[in-house]
Design a protein around this ligand. Sequence first.
Ligand code: GDP
Length: 326
Amino acid sequence: MSAIDPNGERWLAICGGIGGAKLALGLSRILPPENLTIVVNTGDDFRHFGLHVSPDVDTVLYTLAGLSNTELGWGLAGETWTFMEQVERLGGPSWFRLGDRDLATHAVRTAMLANGSSLTDVTRHLATRLGIGPSVIPMCDAPVATVVDSDEGTLAFQTYFVGRRAEPRIRAIRFDGATTASPSPEAIAALEDPRLAGIVICPSNPWLSIDPLLAVPGWRMRLEQRRVPCVAVTPLIGGEAVKGPTAKIMGELGLPLDVAEIVSHYRGLLDGFVLDAVDAARAPALPLPTVVTNTLMRTLDDRIELAKATLAFCRTLPADGLERTR
Ligand code: GDP
């Protein structure tokens, strides 16, 4: 299925969970596996039943492995719920659902971490066992925790997102641990690979899924000083999020629901922006090169077409960083 790439170009994609994983899947279908590195948000990670759960990393792993649960929109296909049924019977916490197979992922991850493996090592191991070709790298090995300041007080990310279904109004978001965290050696190697042709920020929630990585100084500095073009794919279509609280959060932070706000949010990091056809009229107002295409990924073909359009666009942009938007 992978296309032959005679140039051996390497690509780096940055993503969160469900939205980002859709494009990551498209990229994985058009690039040879060794040419693609996918860096995933870990700000959503938390401990539950003593286990290390990495929701976005697992969404990407399950998506690339073709194992994701398309009915639920999260977790594994063909999942069973015996563990949760017994948790409920015993009066344990049931607000965060862990399927039986999914539970195995968290148990193996936690055991490997306890034995001294890094989160990057564990993720590589899981990806290999699931038959995934591209490198999937957590944004950091050290813990970074997204914390929401809301009208219901300070909430840990999963309490806000799953426990309270993203209903509290956000006042501010912080990323505990980010300033002392750093990209893993594997991530730095991917960023500094002389064959790197471009960086793609997937259509993920900028505030919840991409900002945790950008809050890590070693990530932001390297992305600002990149020598290859970086493009973002819009997470907004017609002023609305396809799924999730991106638009709601923008409203709560007092931001207009406009793609220009996404571009502005990524100031200093982008050389181009992939805009949905619905928003074509906004292109002239944006201060950087754009490409207009269908970005709504309903089918596998949509994912592949958007991946192709994104890389083709990125290849047209200056690689030396001299014409970057500041
Ligand atoms: P999460 O971590 O599971 O919330 O997922 P992400 O942060 O990776 O993705 C959420 C964002 O993806 C939201 O802003 C959605 O609007 C966006 N999104 C989801 N599906 C699509 C799609 O098919 N096309 C585009 N352009 N954006 C999408």
